[in-house]
Design a protein around this ligand. Structure first.
Ligand SMILES: Cc1cc2nc3c(=O)[nH]c(=O)nc-3n(C[C@H](O)[C@H](O)[C@H](O)COP(=O)(O)OP(=O)(O)OC[C@H]3O[C@@H](n4cnc5c(N)ncnc54)[C@H](O)[C@@H]3O)c2cc1C
Length: 293
């Protein structure tokens, strides 16, 4: 049996020094709600766990400043629900947090852990992609920001280097005629594991009928990889928001999705739900903005 060490440095600097020359044997652990079940199933077998859960002073915060929102990596889903920021235009975060697991899990599950798990069942990844969020990665040698769309590079794979920790997710406040919304389907009403989840940030021109930008993101676009629906977003930009446009966008979305079957549902069913959600999200956002009805 292989041994497992747990390293709990007293500060963030110590943690970064520890992984400075690391290869792949170390796994960062926040609350462990994703990592521990995977270790139990032997899907991952790190030799060292680097426990960052005590760095709440450095990594647990929700800040709004200079037109941006900053979420520390140790911010929990329950923290998101309690924040007054995620009403109105940014209610997408609140919607996703409300549909997340159950209270026990929301109290511990972190924003950083959700994003770094890079799984296709996560609620926050499509939401942050639709918001055009950036991941702030820190190491002993400095920091860099990676757009979330480039951070997820495959199934359970990120652009993070072994010497890095995710410290923050940041995104701009929505300006002008913009709104956001989220939909999620699972196979039960509690502790819903997403079969399909879809996020939209919609921005309309002053006429409230022309789409300036649409950012649709899903938990799966090709295989089991969360991503932006790039072709759909390109199609929608500049179009009048009408029933015909929505039908055409649904067809574009279906053609860009390449989904596989699994025990939760078939690729064909997921594609159909994604199309239904696209219509619903576009209608919900534009109604909030006083447009299309
Ligand atoms: C019962 C149950 C219900 C759940 N329901 C949902 C749900 O509804 N929606 C949903 O999206 N998820 C759900 N999850 C999955 C899980 O709770 C979330 O993914 C959670 O956000 C993970 O956060 P964590 O702090 O537990 O991450 P951990 O398990 O500690 O870590 C997850 C991964 O991220 C890495 N990591 C964590 N933090 C960092 C960091 N700061 N820098 C670098 N790497 C890091 C770890 O090495 C690991 O690979 C559920 C899990 C359980 C057990």
């Amino acid at each position: 049996m292989s041994s497992l060490e747990i390293y709990s440095p007293t500060d963030l600097k110590g943690a970064l020094r520890f992984i400075e020359h690391e290869d792949k044997g170390v796994a960062v652990i926040a609350s462990g709600s994703d990592l521990m079940p995977r270790m139990r199933k032997r899907q991952v077998s790190p030799s060292v766990l680097l426990d960052i859960s005590s760095f709440t002073e450095d990594l647990r915060y929700i800040r709004q400043s200079g037109g941006k929102v900053h979420l520390g990596a140790l911010t929990t889903v329950a923290d998101l629900l309690e924040s007054p920021i995620f009403y109105g235009k940014l209610s997408i975060i609140r919607e996703a947090a409300r549909l997340f697991g159950a209270p026990q899990i929301r109290n511990v599950a972190t924003v950083g852990g959700n994003v770094c798990s890079a799984a296709s069942s996560e609620d926050l990844i499509p939401v942050f992609m639709a918001l055009d969020a950036r991941a702030k990665l820190i190491s002993a040698n400095g920091e860099r920001a990676v757009p979330l769309k480039d951070f997820i590079v495959g199934k359970r794979a990120t652009a993070m280097r072994p010497s890095e920790i995710l410290s923050e997710i940041a995104f701009d406040l929505l300006e002008g005629h913009s709104w956001s919304a989220y939909e999620k389907l699972g196979r039960r009403n509690m502790l819903i594991v997403a079969m399909v989840n879809e996020a939209l940030v919609l921005s309309l021109e002053d006429d409230l009928s022309t789409i300036r930008t649409a950012r649709v993101a899903l938990n799966r676009v090709s295989g089991k990889v969360p991503a932006l629906a790039v072709a759909t977003n390109q199609f929608l930009a500049g179009k009048k928001l009408t029933g015909v446009t929505i039908s055409q966008a649904q067809a574009v979305l279906a053609s860009e999705l390449s989904l596989t079957d699994d025990f939760r549902g078939s690729g064909a069913y997921r594609t159909e739900i994604a199309q239904v959600y696209l219509k619903r999200l576009l209608e919900r956002c534009s109604k909030q903005l006083g447009g299309f009805s």
